[in-house]
Design a protein around this ligand. Structure first.
Ligand code: 5RP
Length: 217
């Protein structure tokens, strides 16, 4: 029986088949870290990568993979990242590692979002995992009150994002319509973005199971 970490490593290695050439987008988290380690073995195929966090940039550089500023790149063929939850509709809940805003920006530039997950991340409905909402610090109380009105229970994370902002982790939300809720929360004044990746879902899901890596697209 493979452990969760072994499954993360297997799925990260499977994603290497999607790496062709040019510059690719790279996500953040433990599964993304396994992907970076696997990428290091084929780094000659690509020019480099755009990172979705300072931590990812540091890990890429430590493997000798050039890191590009997103502003110097017109488009990316692929973006590879993990998720905290994903549905069969490819809607994701992300941001457990606090990198949601940069992840969403880099993903927006990529032609194909390849989500790499172990089997525990596939859920029928999003929301058991607390939904991260990145907020401008002076707005955190105001946004928290608005999230309570939406039926959520926000908790301030003891964490500052790479963008100098704070994160509210919201439990208690019934996320029946992720596209609508993503837009609704993003419209609250003071919100930078939230961890629902539904308006722009994944294009490919590589899911590591005890029976091997399964591909959904
Ligand atoms: C970070 C993320 C990660 O993709 C998500 O938290 C999954 O992490 P892991 O691969 O460690 O389980 O969104 O902001």
């Amino acid at each position: 029986m493979a452990t969760q970490d072994e499954l993360k490593q297997q799925v990260a290695e499977a994603a290497i088949a999607y790496v062709k050439e040019g510059i690719i987008g790279v996500g953040t988290g433990s599964t993304a870290n396994y992907f970076i380690d696997a990428l290091a073995k084929v780094k000659g195929k690509i020019d480099g990568a755009v990172a979705s966090s300072e931590a990812t940039a540091q890990r890429l550089r430590s493997h000798g993979i050039p890191v590009f500023d997103l502003n110097s790149v017109d488009s990316l063929e692929i973006y590879v990242d993990g998720a905290d939850e994903i549905t069969e509709h490819m809607h994701m809940l992300k941001g457990g590692g606090g990198a949601l805003t940069r992840e969403k920006i880099v993903a927006a530039v990529a032609k194909k979002f390849i989500c790499i997950c172990d089997q525990t991340k596939l859920v029928p409905v999003l929301g058991a995992f607390p939904l991260p909402v990145e907020v401008i610090p002076m707005a955190q109380s105001q946004v928290a009150r608005a999230l309570v009105k939406l039926g959520g229970i926000p908790k301030l994370r003891d964490f500052t994002t790479d963008n100098g902002n704070k994160i509210l982790d919201v439990t208690g939300l019934k996320i029946m319509d992720p596209v609508a809720l993503e837009a609704q929360i993003n419209q609250l004044v003071g919100v930078v973005t939230n961890g629902l990746f539904a308006a722009r879902p994944a294009d490919v899901l590589l899911l590591a199971t005890q029976d091997g890596v399964k591909t959904y697209q």
